[in-house]
Design a protein. Structure first.
Length: 315
């Protein structure tokens, strides 16, 4: 599959494979690591990137001793590449989900993480795919959602599986495991370090997200290493955290599920892996064990599996 940039000029077409390699190289910061993640040889990935630069007539990367970093034009192209990749994932999920005659109403609970990052697109796509299915979405904290599931006020819920407490009465299914990475401004020294540990991060001003019981999660995995982040800012707003990181006011560790390469101001955010083990953010569906799910709820669960699998497969 090819995307033709301009039929009036004689340049090579840009392929989706090249876009995949480009995003992986940006994510890892090294051609060798990107090649491993893409399961190709380093020379093949290098040639693909050179062909991409030739097709765009632009230098996308600057090479240095420890890897690569984006040029200004590379950062501009990244915004388009991410959009193309996201659109492709949504298209695959949409084509795999077959419409049927399911009808009725499903009441689904969500915590605030999903309200911001999944609900808008999900509500629209479900309405298009299943026009006879009414999806009522209720945002609440985790404890309230558990109670509403047990009292049949909700049929299903999207939750962070690790946060559930009433496991005796609630069944759950993990739909997505989202890795957590370090977020910094692009020029931060930790992006150029050979390896980064939690001990290294502990020496940096830290921007802490206080949403959806995230503070408790941070305390658990930092505590296992006998460390505490040097908190400089704490906010219930993911956009505030994103902006502070992008403007060089601190670093943070958050999941790929909530990652976006740009802040509201248009400043870029870079991410990289940590050497220490950090738990994934596990997104899942939950429902009361004593409740038999309706046909509408079963259909919604199948669609969620497809949608979140596309999200998990995206780089």
């Amino acid at each position: 599959m090819h995307i033709l940039l301009n039929k009036s000029i004689h340049r090579s077409a840009v392929t989706l494979r090249q876009i995949e390699y480009f995003i992986e190289t940006v994510t890892t910061g090294q051609v060798s690591k990107a090649a491993l993640r893409c399961n190709v040889s380093q020379s093949s990935l290098t040639i693909a990137l050179r062909n991409l630069e030739a097709a765009l007539d632009a230098t996308l990367f600057v090479r240095h001793s420890k890897g690569v970093r984006l040029t200004e034009r590379g950062e501009r192209f990244l915004r388009h590449a991410m959009r193309i990749n996201d659109d492709l994932g949504q298209a695959i999920a949409d084509m795999n989900a077959q419409p049927d005659e399911v009808r009725g109403t499903v009441r689904m609970g969500v915590t605030e993480t999903f309200s911001a990052y999944l609900v808008p697109a999900l509500s629209v796509s479900v309405a298009r795919r299943y026009p006879n299915l009414v999806l009522e979405i209720i945002e609440a904290d985790r404890a309230t959602i558990e109670h509403m599931l047990l009292t049949s006020e909700l049929e299903v819920a999207l939750v962070l599986v690790s946060n559930l407490t009433m496991r005796e009465g609630i069944s759950c299914e993990t739909l997505l495991r989202s890795p957590r990475h370090l977020w910094t401004e692009p020029g931060h020294p930790l992006q150029r370090a050979e390896r980064v540990t939690l001990q290294d991060v502990a020496l940096e001003p830290y921007v802490l997200l206080d949403m959806d019981e995230h503070v408790a999660t941070v305390s658990k995995y930092w505590g296992k290493h006998g460390l505490t982040p040097m908190e400089r800012f704490r906010s219930t707003s993911i956009e505030a955290v994103r902006s502070l990181v992008a403007l060089g006011q601190g670093v943070t560790i958050l999941s790929d599920f909530v990652y976006r390469p740009w802040s509201l101001e248009g400043s870029r955010i870079a991410r990289r892996a940590l050497r220490d083990e950090v738990p994934t953010m596990d997104v899942g569906a939950a429902w009361a064990q004593h409740t038999r799910l309706s046909a509408g709820a079963e259909t919604l669960l199948r669609y969620l599996r497809l949608t979140l699998q596309a999200n998990e497969d995206a780089p």
